[in-house]
Design a protein around this ligand. Structure first.
Ligand SMILES: Cc1cc2nc3c(=O)[nH]c(=O)nc-3n(C[C@H](O)[C@H](O)[C@H](O)COP(=O)(O)OP(=O)(O)OC[C@H]3O[C@@H](n4cnc5c(N)ncnc54)[C@H](O)[C@@H]3O)c2cc1C
Length: 495
């Protein structure tokens, strides 16, 4: 049987595109993510126009809605060693970045018709946390729910992250949540019918200073108390786990073989599909523009497709949460911070765990497609909603990665992008009721680890919302703690 290819780098056929359209993926960004077209070596140079023509022919989208996906640097695959040789001024903060991703999505993609005029629960934000919550509400029989997402699913941090999932945390709460999440992730394909490519190859943390080494040791003991098999490795053992890894300056190494990586995008589709099947409305390209308040409650959610009266509203807008909460007159202490990340050409499988140098915030893992995916925080990154990619990042990262794995110098970077961490003063989330607006619930502030927390936190939150039973998670992590000075500090933050 012959096959008609549209993307020869990723072996995507005409039939694959048709299948994506039939599954409801009708805009170019979503079709790209669902099929993988445009994510290979040519980065869409040879396939984008073919897919656009096909979407027009299939009448998948209004012609004016067929807009190219966001281009990603570098223009051509570029070797890590070359990038590592570029000069970086570490004394100055990073500025700008390309492309300047706009905060608005084309109005042509907005669905025609109004949103429902009433729902018991409105969830603002169609990232992993909003969708996981909606799904868990449906499991408890609450399906009078609308999820509002201003872009496509995966537009926020949930579509831009490193896919790391780990139980190596510094607080009992995060260890237990991560354990439960990873358990649920292992069942995701069975429960939701979509493969999320969970690979438990472990997490290997390296400390290069005494202070960080002590932190690793202290936390490893805490993990063991919670049944997590983290071990401090000798340097020889670490070399066995990651052949070729440079351990120069390493003071301590911790390793949990049960941590791992997942592929983020299918989570969003799996949750959204299950929600829709249960009767929940997931409205993409629909922006929340305000709230109507009276008597200490939110009465209506205003959107660019009409207003929805409701009993409960959940703010699950990640790094945009301060901006969205402000529309209800609520001030959140979260700050968005850009985090950059990249992906290389695929290599044969060689890297078991996700490796992180906790001191510098460097992390890298190998995806199931063989790419090295990794990022690194920048201590000088200013707060702000910026999703541009910089040469500075790619150069800093390439240098740090090739210091740890010198054999990778010849490997080429295919694509870099950025997302925003949703950073709170104590690196812990903001959950539960809003003082003064009791039916406005908060579900934000997950810094750089919200993906792996989502399944477990959403499960607890749906139970708390539907049973009314108290749950200490929503007291401990309430917004009130910042006014009361009861911070819940987490110290195992990468970046
Ligand atoms: C580079 C990077 C690497 C990361 N690596 C990891 C990792 O390895 N493991 C991990 O667990 N986590 C990681 N994270 C963090 C993780 O991605 C986030 O914590 C998580 O995705 C947050 O999910 P969310 O649903 O809260 O937010 P988001 O996914 O950002 O979703 C919020 C949504 O709200 C929408 N929205 C905003 N304003 C409005 C409005 N007015 N109306 C309607 N919708 C609106 C946005 O479009 C967005 O889609 C990483 C993050 C980044 C940026």
């Amino acid at each position: 049987m012959s096959k008609a290819l549209v993307c020869s780098c990723e072996d995507v056929t005409v039939e694959d595109i048709r299948h994506a359209v039939a599954k409801g993926f009708r805009d170019v960004e979503s079709v790209k993510r669902f099929t993988g077209f445009g994510t290979g070596v040519c980065q869409g140079k040879s396939c984008l126009s073919a897919v656009a023509a096909l979407l027009a022919k299939e009448k998948a989208q209004k012609p004016e809605g067929i807009v190219p996906f966001t281009p990603r640097p570098p223009l051509y695959p570029t070797e890590l060693s070359l990038l590592a040789s570029l000069p970086v001024d570490e004394s100055k903060p990073p500025v700008g970045g390309v492309p300047q991703e706009l905060d608005t999505f084309p109005a042509t993609l907005r669905p025609e018709g109004a949103v429902p005029t009433r729902a018991r629960v409105v969830i603002v934000g169609g990232g992993v946390l909003g969708l996981a919550l909606a799904y868990n509400l449906s499991l408890r029989g609450e399906t009078d729910v609308v999820v509002l997402e201003r872009g496509y699913l995966c537009a926020g941090a949930s579509g831009r992250n490193g896919g790391g999932v780990r139980m190596q945390w510094g607080t009992a709460a995060n260890i237990e949540l991560a354990k439960r999440s990873i358990e649920l992730m292992g069942r995701f394909a069975r429960d939701l019918g979509i493969n999320v490519w969970l690979r438990q190859g472990g997490y290997l943390f390296m400390a290069k200073t005494k202070a960080v080494a002590e932190r690793l040791e202290r936390n490893a003991a805490l993990h063991n108390k919670h049944g997590v098999p983290t071990r401090m490795l000798t340097l020889d053992e670490a070399r066995d786990v990651v052949p070729g890894l440079s351990l120069k300056d390493a003071q301590a190494v911790s390793y949990n073989p049960e941590d791992g990586v997942i592929f983020p995008w299918p989570f969003l589709w799996g949750y959204a599909n299950a929600c829709r099947k249960a009767g929940i409305k997931v409205e993409t390209y629909t922006r929340v523009t305000g709230f109507e308040l009276s008597g200490g409650l939110v009465r209506k959610v205003k959107t660019d497709r009409g207003d929805i009266s409701c009993d409960t509203v959940v703010v699950a807008t990640g790094a945009w949460s301060p901006e969205v909460a402000k529309l209800a007159g609520v001030s959140l202490p979260n700050e968005p911070h850009r985090h950059e990340i990249l992906s290389t050409e695929p290599l044969k499988p060689f890297l078991g765990p996700l490796v992180s140098v906790l001191d510098s915030g460097l992390y890298f893992s190998q995806s199931m497609r063989g790419e090295i995916v990794g990022g690194m925080g920048d201590p000088l990154e200013p707060a702000g909603l910026n999703m541009g990619s910089t040469l500075r990042f790619v150069s800093r990262f390439a240098r740090a990665l090739t210091e740890q794995l010198p054999n990778l110098g010849h490997v080429k970077v295919l694509r870099q992008w950025a997302g925003c961490y949703d950073v709170t003063p104590d690196n812990s989330p903001i959950l539960g009721r809003t003082p003064g607006l009791e039916n406005l619930l908060q579900l934000s502030g997950f810094v750089g680890h919200g993906f792996m927390m989502a399944p477990a936190v959403a499960e607890r939150m749906a139970q708390w919302m539907t049973t009314g039973a108290s749950d200490e998670l929503f007291t401990r992590f309430n917004l009130r703690r910042f006014h009361e000075g009861k911070l819940e500090r987490e110290d195992m933050i990468i970046g």
